[in-house]
Design a protein around this ligand. Structure first.
Ligand SMILES: [Zn+2]
Length: 639
């Protein structure tokens, strides 16, 4: 799939320390695309106004920031002569540091789009506190620094790193820190946090680099973080170390953290779903940068396994609460776990698969997850969260990490700030460019600027997607220029809810989709999921897309025990559910039930509901915003 044979050869023969290459399809950065209205702008605004300040406050109030102060205090007092002084870590998990990093990363993305001196001052103060907790040699992990003489937590090893392959999360913390340090540097041009990251990365290099010590990170993400440091600094050591961490996995170990096989031999999604999806994303990054197609081949197989056997209709993954893990093939139980972090990690991974291959099917999966199993993780109000995202709920279970219904925060708070950073940078998934082709992947009211070859092009989307399937895409080059615009034709409008036989529409709508330019229908069938329009583009030109939106009844593959004899309902990319807030949950629905869509601009920040046999179904992402009530996505079909 990779078109970089020369570079793979050079690397294999040790002739090139560094590849000059990267993803063949280059993403247009989120800072070049601005939402101007509609669905995602409303969500992103709530994220900026509510979720970001809320998460910052939670990190402070829950003691996560204080951990850095305590680590600094221990170092200071010991240096002043109190040789035995140490502090038992007061928060729950050794990875609590990462919530602060993710919050900074999300806030940095907000700053990149809109200056906010008060927010920037807060982050500067946080970064100073984080920097003060860094040990002189670059180590940064508050749970050990607070309590250096003996492990202050059962997951922390006696010596640095020893328990990282298990649960200490030292390298996981580093990975999230690198993501945040780069994000803040890119947002503000300030280096302090980036320099903290680089000092830490130097320590990793001295410890692990060039296989001085072979160790498989227990919770992946340091691989992606190192790649980000590499892209920012051009220092090839960070890419090399990312690759060495990948190659240190397996061939024997636990599948829980993907250490059961060499990564290049893995062919099934197993174990902890967030770790797994971060690993596959890291493999994609390293494949893109090194040209090593063995990683690409492995993640392509793993992707097939997920999409044909382990993907929920909502785009969620990780059926098992036990181990927060992928289940066996076709184990897609309705009360599945589907962690919010696993959903957004699946989006990252699918986007990277697109960037490697230029195939729209990956962005189809991305879209399904974004509108459903990812977005369900945050309330309409922006300050209540789901950690798991099951497809049914009994109305009482405390299945949300001890909470019944959405919670303001968690002891293990990975999901809220992770969701926040994803929403804040969502426009980075919209467009990509390769040679003289421009790829349009996400439909949302927005304005973007990008370059095709040397021509600056402004793209303006006018649409009410996902509530309506009409999209007007104005394509305005600075001067007339010939290039190709490739618009994604979603799988769902072609009768395929997912790029596999895992789900199907009972009777796919017959209304045809269309692409028009200057009022004329473009008569081309999709290639790799895109309709390509090559012409001389001039300011004022536009493409009009019409995607008839169903609604559709969905059936699951017969191999999925949970969905046998049942159906679910979709409209466009949005999956629906029944919630007892509207009426008692239906036991069964007539096979010939009539379904109509009703726009409700007054309801749950403007949604479209479905009327199914007179019953109301609401978008899955919007459930549990009206108090505790039973919910279900799948309903039995009446004989
Ligand atoms: Zn999470």
């Amino acid at each position: 799939m990779l078109r970089l044979p020369l570079i793979s050869f050079l690397l294999a023969s040790g002739l090139a320390a560094l590849s000059a290459s990267d993803y063949p399809y280059r993403p247009v950065p989120f800072t070049s695309v601005r939402l101007t209205g509609g669905f995602w702008q409303q969500k992103q605004e709530v994220n900026r106004r509510v979720t970001v300040p809320f998460a910052l406050k939670q990190c402070e109030e829950s003691g996560r920031l204080k951990n850095f102060d305590l680590a600094a205090e221990v170092m200071r007092r010991r240096a002043a002569g109190e040789k035995d002084f140490q502090i038992k870590p007061p928060t729950i998990f050794p990875f609590d540091d990462t919530d602060a990093y993710k919050a900074i990363e999300g806030a940095a993305y907000v700053l990149s789009m809109q200056r906010d001196p008060a927010l920037e001052a807060t982050l500067d103060a946080w970064i100073a506190r984080i920097a003060a907790a860094q040990e002189p040699d670059g180590y940064l992990y508050t749970f050990r620094t607070m309590h250096p003489d003996s492990p202050g937590h059962k997951w922390v090893g006696k010596e640095r790193w020893d328990l990282d392959p298990e649960l200490s999360h030292e390298l996981y913390n580093a990975g999230h820190m690198y993501e945040a340090g780069v994000a803040y540097y890119e947002a503000t041009g300030k280096r302090q946090f980036l320099d903290v990251c680089l000092k830490n990365a130097e320590l990793l290099w001295r410890t692990f680099g060039e296989n001085r010590r072979r160790l498989a990170p227990g919770h992946e993400i340091v691989e992606m973080g190192l790649v980000r440091l590499y892209r920012t600094t051009g220092d090839g050591r960070w890419l090399k170390l990312a690759q060495e961490f990948l190659d240190a996995r397996g061939p024997t170990g636990k599948s829980y953290n993907q250490q059961h096989k060499l990564v290049i031999d893995q062919d099934e999604a197993v174990g902890h779903a967030v770790r797994a999806n971060y690993l596959y994303s890291g493999m994609a990054d390293v494949a893109a940068l090194t040209g090593d197609a063995r990683y690409t081949a492995a993640i392509a197989k793993i992707w097939e396994n997920v999409v044909s056997k382990k993907l929920y209709l909502t785009g969620g993954v990780g059926a098992l609460s036990d181990g927060e893990a992928y289940g066996k093939d076709y184990d897609l139980r309705h009360d599945g776990y589907n962690e919010t972090c696993a959903a957004l990690a699946l989006m990252m991974w699918n986007h990277r698969m697109f960037l490697l291959t230029g195939e729209a099917k990956y962005m189809d999966v991305f879209e399904r997850t974004a509108y459903n199993g990812f977005l369900s993780g945050v309330s309409v109000s922006g300050d209540r969260f789901f950690y798991p995202n099951p497809l049914s709920y009994d109305g009482v279970a405390k299945n949300n990490h001890g909470h019944a219904g959405r919670a303001p925060w968690f002891g293990c708070a990975c999901c809220p700030p992770n969701l926040m950073r994803t929403l804040a940078s969502l426009t980075g998934y919209f467009y990509a460019v390769r040679d003289d082709s421009l790829y349009v992947n996400v439909y949302a009211a927005s304005e973007g600027t990008l370059k095709v070859r040397d021509t600056a092009v402004k793209l303006t989307q006018t649409t009410d997607y996902p509530w309506s399937g009409g999209v007007k895409l104005a394509v305005s080059p600075e001067k007339p220029a010939t290039f190709t615009v490739r618009v994604r034709i979603p799988g769902w409008v072609q009768g395929k809810p997912v790029p596999s036989d895992l789900y199907r529409y009972e009777s796919p709508a017959t209304a045809a989709w269309s692409v028009r330019v200057g009022g004329e229908v473009v008569k081309a069938s999709p290639e790799n999921g895109y309709v390509a329009i090559t012409r001389e583009w001039r300011a004022g030109d536009s493409v009009e897309l019409d995607f008839p939106m169903g609604p559709e009844k969905v059936r699951g593959n017969e191999q999925i025990a949970a969905t046998r004899g049942q159906e679910a309902f979709e409209r466009g990319p949005v999956v629906y559910c029944f919630e007892q807030a509207d009426q008692p949950l239906p036991e069964a629905i007539a096979d010939n039930a009539k379904i109509t869509a009703v726009a409700r601009p007054d309801f749950l920040e403007s949604i479209t509901v479905l009327k199914v046999d007179g019953l109301t179904a609401v978008p899955y992402f919007a459930w549990n915003n009206r108090g505790l009530a039973p919910m279900k996505v799948w309903v039995s079909v009446k004989e």
